[in-house]
Design a protein around this ligand. Structure first.
Ligand code: UDX
Length: 436
């Protein structure tokens, strides 16, 4: 099928590339001409495993073409996916101006039936507003449908997640729209859940907030573990074996980050309050998440006594492994606090250093993890990249000034650290300390 995708960021580009991989013909639109010039050459402006290869494959096969005009998208595909940004403003309210502008442009150029599908993460009731907006601005008696088809891809495994989803949710209020969406997803081997537009919108926000709640529950438990002498990894393992609970997204750390969880949790609370439904539980997720990093910082400060003029190494800057995305990354918030306290920072990340340098040109960007640790008064781990889990702790010990590690992701080998006589503070775990 011919499909148009408006917005060629993380969601739109991956959607377009994966639909092309499933045999559809795709037009991806973006207003940023520089970005389009790069995409046409197969260059991706952010780090995402497997994306450059698949992009190059489908640019070459001509299954994927680009344009900077939304009008072209209306002409090209019978199905039009809206994948533009919805940045959040104060207390979780999403800025819908890009979505609204796209809806108007679609309306003004509509000549034949089109199925308009919102895929950007949008507040509930957006589908209804898109339908009304198109209805207001359309010229003549042209038929159209509006559907919601939320994405559940995770950065870092976005291609895999999109090609192998647990389920596809389509919110659609017409038989024609449903049949088009079933055709689009015909090549995907998973259940297709058909709901109303409103239910599909809520499924997206509620799923992300539930996962954020699960992580937050583990983070809160980690505090109880520290206070009571229990071990968070043993606790969540024992709990997660109950199939009703499960192990996924139950790892304690320094808090969730990224472009989705923080924003989606706040947006769910906001829309809920707007609809007259109090959301103290949802607000608490966000507050507890923020205080998790604050506690980590206080632990560092209390152990090191004075941070001014201390040299600290940081491993991991991105909000999670396999991405160079710094949005809401706990490491960035920690960097702000440590810098404000007068610490000197030696940082490392396998892929996120160029993006961090734009925000903090004054840090020392290490050539490898050991270089970062060299001469430092302590090492702080903020992202569980595999290379940090496997790092040679003997080399760390040989190059660091004080062999002390604050492990914000419980990913450093405790046994090895103990053997080497290092001090290791994790999250929700008894510290490893050399005999005094
Ligand atoms: C998320 C959702 O998973 C995805 O379905 C949605 O569509 C977009 O938002 P993403 O933001 O890419 O994806 O990252 P994800 O892998 O979900 O991790 C989010 C954050 O939670 C990261 O900061 C991660 O470190 C943290 N996390 C995850 C934990 O702290 N503990 C866990 O057990 C799992």
């Amino acid at each position: 099928m011919k499909i148009s995708v408006i917005g060629s960021g993380h969601v739109g580009l991956i959607t377009g590339v994966c639909f092309a991989e499933k045999g559809h013909e795709i037009l991806c639109v973006d207003h940023d001409k520089d970005k389009l010039a790069k995409l046409k050459k197969g260059e991706v402006p952010f780090f995402e495993p497997d994306l450059p290869e698949l992009l190059q494959k489908h640019v070459a096969s001509k299954k994927l073409v680009f344009s900077d005009r939304t009008e072209d998208a209306v002409e090209f595909g019978q199905a039009i996916f809206i994948c533009v940004g919805t940045p959040s403003t104060e207390r979780g309210k999403a800025d819908m101006s890009y979505v609204e502008k796209v809806a108007r442009t679609i309306a003004e150029n509509l000549k034949d039936y089109r199925l308009v599908i919102e895929k950007s993460t949008v507040p509930i009731k957006t589908g209804e507003r898109i339908r009304r907006t198109i209805g207001r601005y359309v010229r003549g008696d042209v038929h159209f449908d509006v559907a919601s088809n939320p994405e559940f891809l995770r950065e870092g495994s976005a291609i895999y997640d999109t090609l192998n989803p647990d389920r596809v949710v389509v919110g659609v209020d017409s038989a024609k729209g449903e049949s088009l969406l079933r055709e689009i997803y015909g090549g995907f081997n998973c259940p297709i859940v058909v709901t109303s537009v409103g239910s599909a919108e809520l499924i997206k926000h509620a799923s992300n907030s539930f996962l954020a709640l699960k992580i937050t529950y583990a983070n809160w438990l980690s505090r109880l573990c520290e206070a009571s002498g229990a071990d968070i990894e043993q606790v969540v393992h024992g709990m997660g074996l109950d199939k009703r609970i499960g192990h996924h997204f139950f790892g304690a750390g320094i808090g969730y980050g990224g472009s989705c969880f923080p924003k989606d949790v706040d947006a769910l609370a906001h829309i809920s309050e707007e609809l007259g439904v109090d959301a103290p539980m949802i607000r608490l997720i966000s507050d507890t998440n923020k205080s998790q990093l604050e506690r980590f910082y206080q632990r560092i400060e209390s152990e090191l006594w004075v941070l001014h003029d201390k040299t600290l190494a940081i491993w991991g800057l991105a909000f999670k492994p396999n991405t160079d995305d710094l949005r809401e990354a706990p490491a960035l918030r920690l960097i702000d606090k440590l810098k404000a306290a007068g610490a000197k920072l030696r940082v490392h990340d396998p892929v996120a250093m160029p993006n961090t340098r734009k925000l903090h040109p004054d840090l020392y960007y290490a050539k490898d993890p050991i270089d970062a640790a060299s001469g430092a008064d302590a090492l702080i781990v903020c992202t569980e990249w595999p290379q940090y889990k496997e790092a040679d702790l003997a080399k760390v010990k040989a190059s660091i000034r004080v062999p002390m590690i604050f492990d914000g992701r419980n990913c450093i080998d405790r046994k090895k650290a103990a053997e080497l006589g290092m001090t290791l503070f994790g999250i929700g775990k008894a510290p490893v300390k050399p005999a005094e």
